[in-house]
Write a protein that binds this ligand. Structure first.
Ligand code: HEC
Length: 442
């Protein structure tokens, strides 16, 4: 059995359950045990590692976590889910997500600078090999390469649909991009000029990675297609397509020649990239998906993020029999038939961003505990938008009903609550009566 180390931290980084800090530190650098990282209040969408073993996590809870030891450092400021985070030069970090914004953080002195914005969600990032620039893939169909010194970005245009992933060549001169248009294209990273179409897959491509010696490229697609092609030719050299779709995440370790592939059904498949064979196929979570994967620097552990708020790390050598990402599965995964309609509305539409408890576990939105009769913007340490913070609204049956009848964007324009309406009057009434019973203090 693997020893499971569990680290729990509350919203302000207060350490609740750290057993052996020294052990944890060494396990990040040369991890050979299973462990979990707890603290995020939403699914984890992006993971990457620094060469010293530090783990960076990007979450639906709008924050980035930096895990060097038991107490994560939180980078707060994104106004929506964060999808990607990568390390760049001088210990700095770049993150991006659903608020279109690409941000450069200096965690040592807690500063942040916006490098710029896309016109739609940013899905993935890739750091240039020298750490001096970052490429961002966006739903606005473009890729932008942002120098971290703040110089103007290089714009890459040409894909016919959303861009899903991006990778630099090892020498930093070329950029590989994948898209929902079913192609992988190659570009000049200095000028943004189009060089060639490498792959025509037919179905949308979600993720790609380039070998450290640029001898092959691997990609995963919406139809489950999982292939390796030779570089620079683009000729297929391996097809590992299983009956699972879509493929969502990929990672590679040059130390062990392993490619890890995560899919929507919760599996992590391992491929030996020199022998071109499958070495493991591990169901990491029965409730899928696996959204994010990264190897530890020594290649001995695979870190995974998905629908759970908890990041799991498993030793690659003993995936069989490893503990699954269960138990931490989000509450909305529980059997919907057991719930009232109001509770079901809440679980599906609100619980990812709101708790009902007074302790305000980390989520993107404020706790709804004791909501009725409360003034808008009243939770003390929650970073509200200026609109909500200065609003005169009192939350009542009527105002909560209006909020979702009209939608937050119409009812309180300027709020950072996402656009969403609940069009059925009965659904709204059921939700409100559930909230009344679940949020009222005893
Ligand atoms: C994707 C995240 C997200 C989802 C889903 C979401 N909210 Fe929110 N909610 C927020 C954020 C962020 C705020 C704070 C808005 C601001 O500061 O402008 C908020 C604020 C609120 C407020 C005001 C609270 C206060 O203290 O003033 C209420 C009430 C609320 N949400 C109810 C709900 C309900 C009910 C649902 C489900 C139908 C829901 N929200 C779904 C993110 C979300």
């Amino acid at each position: 059995m693997n020893m499971i180390q569990t680290l729990s931290t509350a919203r302000h980084g207060l350490l609740l359950g750290l057993t052996a800090c020294g052990l944890f530190l060494s396990s990040l650098a040369q991890a050979q045990e299973a462990f979990t990282l707890k603290g995020h209040g939403g699914p984890v969408k992006g993971i990457s590692t620094q060469t010293d073993g530090t783990i960076l996590t990007a979450s639906f809870d709008n924050s980035v976590g930096i895990w060097t030891d038991g107490t994560p450092q939180w980078l707060e400021g994104h106004e929506a889910a964060v999808n990607a985070v990568v390390p760049v030069a001088n210990g700095q970090v770049v993150s991006a997500g659903d608020d279109y914004s690409v941000r450069l953080w200096s965690p040592q002195n807690s500063t942040v600078r916006e490098l710029g914005r896309h016109n739609a969600k940013v899905i993935r990032l890739a750091a240039a090999p020298d750490g001096q620039s970052v490429a961002s893939a966006s739903w606005d169909r473009t890729v932008r390469i942002w120098p971290i010194d703040g110089a103007a970005p290089v714009l890459i245009e040409g894909h016919d649909n959303t861009v899903s992933d991006v990778a630099f060549s090892p020498d930093g001169t070329r950029l590989y991009t994948s898209s929902a248009d079913g192609t992988i294209r190659v570009w000049d990273a200095q000028t943004g000029a189009f060089l060639k179409r490498l792959v025509e897959h037919g179905f949308g491509i979600n993720t790609l990675l380039v070998a450290p010696d640029e001898s092959w490229l691997a990609y995963g697609a919406v139809d489950g297609g999982t292939r390796l092609v030779s570089l620079p030719e683009g000729v297929e050299i391996g097809d590992f397509t299983a009956d699972r779709r879509p493929i969502l995440a990929m990672a590679h370790s040059d130390k062990t020649d392993r490619i890890a592939i995560g899919d929507a059904q919760g599996y992590i498949m391992m491929i030996d990239s020199s022998a071109l064979r499958i070495t493991d196929d591990f169901q990491a979570t029965p409730a899928g998906p696996v959204w994010a994967l990264a190897f530890s620097p020594d290649g001995q552990n695979i870190h995974a993020g998905g629908i759970s708020d908890v990041v799991h790390s498993w030793p690659v050598g003993s995936l069989d029999g490893a503990e699954q990402m269960t138990g931490t599965t989000r509450a909305f995964m529980t059997d919907p038939d057991q719930m009232t309609n109001g509770e079901r509305q809440f679980k599906r539409k609100c619980s990812i961003c709101h708790t009902l408890e007074p302790d305000g576990k980390r989520r993107a939105g404020p706790s709804l505990y004791d909501l009725f009769g409360r003034a808008a913007g009243a939770i003390k340490d929650y970073p509200y938008s200026p609109t909500l913070a200065t609003s005169d609204l009192i939350w009542t049956e009527e105002t909560v009903d209006l909020l979702f009848d009209l939608g937050p964007d119409h009812y309180i324009p300027g709020s950072k609550m996402p656009m969403q309406r609940i069009t059925g009057a009965q659904d709204r009434a059921d939700l409100i009566s559930f909230l009344q019973s679940a949020t009222t203090p005893e």
